[in-house]
Design a protein around this ligand. Structure first.
Ligand code: BES
Ligand code: MN
Ligand code: MN
Length: 429
């Protein structure tokens, strides 16, 4: 094993150069204009898998973006590890807040800056390189390995569920290995034991049949934007609890032992607030910050629009107003049920002065608990393949995922490649 580790350490520079190639492709799954880039990124991942020494590498086309698969099953009698990751990235806006081109990676000190650096190209790349290093040194791997790298994670994995159910035999495995989460602190090995689920909704209000002059009509009609703001404000009470009836009914409460364990982790409210530029934190009463972000459900407005949003002033009462609202869920909340409760409540609190349309965007099942983000496919792997996942994340929450100046710590990148090699070796035992 030491030879593999030494080999990995010697190849730092070439690994970084190769990672840059992948980071240069703007594989933004949410934007249709990037369809070709999605194909290019899938091809590059597929090439890298082939170069690493995997067989049967194949790009599967879907109704959406391609899924890349590869395997090496040369260790009969040994367990099979399925590595999952995603080559798609989030949009880059607001682009003006980036210090460098999101798709022209730059290394500054120990960090590499680019969209997708930590989420998830940098992290999925670690496993490709560890497999490659094992093959280079030993000509084989200690376990059977399969890779399933998708291009739609950031848009809710619409094609992956049916792919997994039609390819059950091919994807059969003993465990799923995922590096798409974060370390608790720099340099601290972390295994995440749960993820929150998600229910993402859109509310559209329509008031008057056209935009109105706010001088002539203002005062006589309800303004959809004002109404929407009042409705959103109603979704939390003064204790930070979500007011949707039935919302908390199936929420799994933290055990005493969990709460005590959370308290043992080194955590500074002050430093946490400072790092994101806040004077003070807030949230559901009766819970600590770690409990609120790891083990409690939340509701946030992710976007709100309507009326005049261009430069300067326009005196108008808009006909329509829209809000995108997502809820992070915990076991045993069911996204489908929450969707219904949300829709029912929104309809109840909509005044007769406007019409309402509520649409569900996408969802994801929560898994055990905790850790704030969501990777809906983890629940799918468990349901369809009966395989548990190991969430071996090497990112940091401060690495600006989904936000300008995303980066990845290259020391963690290097440690991740080594951890991956150790994982295969230990798992074989
Ligand atoms: N890698 C993240 C999830 C994540 C981030 C987990 C940080 C733990 C810590 C993933 O790519 C992601 O962004 N997921 C989305 C899911 C959604 C689009 C269905 C999320 O959490 O918003
Ligand atoms: Mn991710
Ligand atoms: Mn993401």
């Amino acid at each position: 094993m030491q030879d593999v580790i030494t080999f990995i350490k010697e190849n730092r520079e070439s690994y970084i150069e190769e990672l840059k190639e992948l980071l240069r492709i703007p594989s933004i799954s949410a934007i249709p204009e990037h369809k070709n880039d999605m194909q290019r990124a899938a091809e590059m991942v597929s090439d890298k898998l082939k170069l690493a020494g995997l067989n049967k590498v194949k790009i599967f086309q879907t109704e959406g973006h391609p899924i890349v698969y590869g395997e090496w099953l040369g260790a009969p009698g040994k367990p099979t590890v399925l590595v999952y990751g995603h080559y798609d990235v989030q949009p880059v806006d607001p682009i003006e807040l980036w210090d460098s081109d999101p798709f022209e990676p730059v290394v500054k000190g120990n960090k590499i800056f680019a969209r997708g650096a930590t989420d998830d190209k940098g992290q999925l790349f670690m496993h490709i390189k560890s497999v490659e290093a094992c093959f280079k040194k030993h000509g084989s791997l200690p376990v059977n390995v399969k890779f399933c790298i998708e291009g739609e994670e950031e848009i809710g994995s619409p094609s992956l569920g049916s792919f997994i159910s039609t390819q059950k035999e091919m994807l059969k495995c003993d465990t799923v290995l995922v590096s798409d989460t974060s370390l608790y602190a720099p340099g601290l090995p972390t295994i995440t034991y749960g993820l929150r689920g998600l229910c993402y909704m859109e509310i559209e209000l329509t008031g008057p049949n056209r935009d109105l002059h706010s001088g002539t009509y203002g005062g006589a009609v309800d303004n959809p934007i004002n109404v929407l703001a009042r409705m959103i404000a109603k979704l939390h009470d003064k204790n930070g609890k979500i007011t949707i009836p039935g919302f908390y009914d199936t929420v799994l409460q933290l055990t005493k032992a969990e709460r005590e364990n959370f308290k043992k982790l080194k955590f500074s409210e002050k430093a946490y607030a400072k790092e994101i530029g806040l004077a003070e934190l807030t949230g559901e009463k009766g819970y600590t910050t770690l409990e609120r972000t790891w083990a409690r459900p939340t509701l946030d407005c992710n976007g709100i629009y309507g009326g005049w949003t261009g430069a300067g002033a326009k005196t108008v009462i808009a006909s329509k107003a829209t809000a995108k609202i997502s809820m992070r869920l915990v076991p045993h909340q069911d996204p489908k049920k929450i969707e219904k409760l949300f829709t029912k409540y929104i309809k109840e609190i909509t005044p007769r002065t406007v019409k309402v349309k509520v649409t569900a965007l996408h969802g994801g099942q929560p898994v055990i608990t905790p850790l704030g983000g969501s990777i809906p496919v983890i629940a799918t792997f468990f349901q369809l393949l009966k395989a548990p996942s190991v969430l071996m994340g090497l990112g940091l929450n401060t690495e600006n995922l989904h936000s300008p100046n995303e980066h990845f710590d290259l020391n963690h990148f290097m440690l991740g490649i080594q951890s991956s090699a150790y994982f295969f070796e230990e798992y074989a035992k």
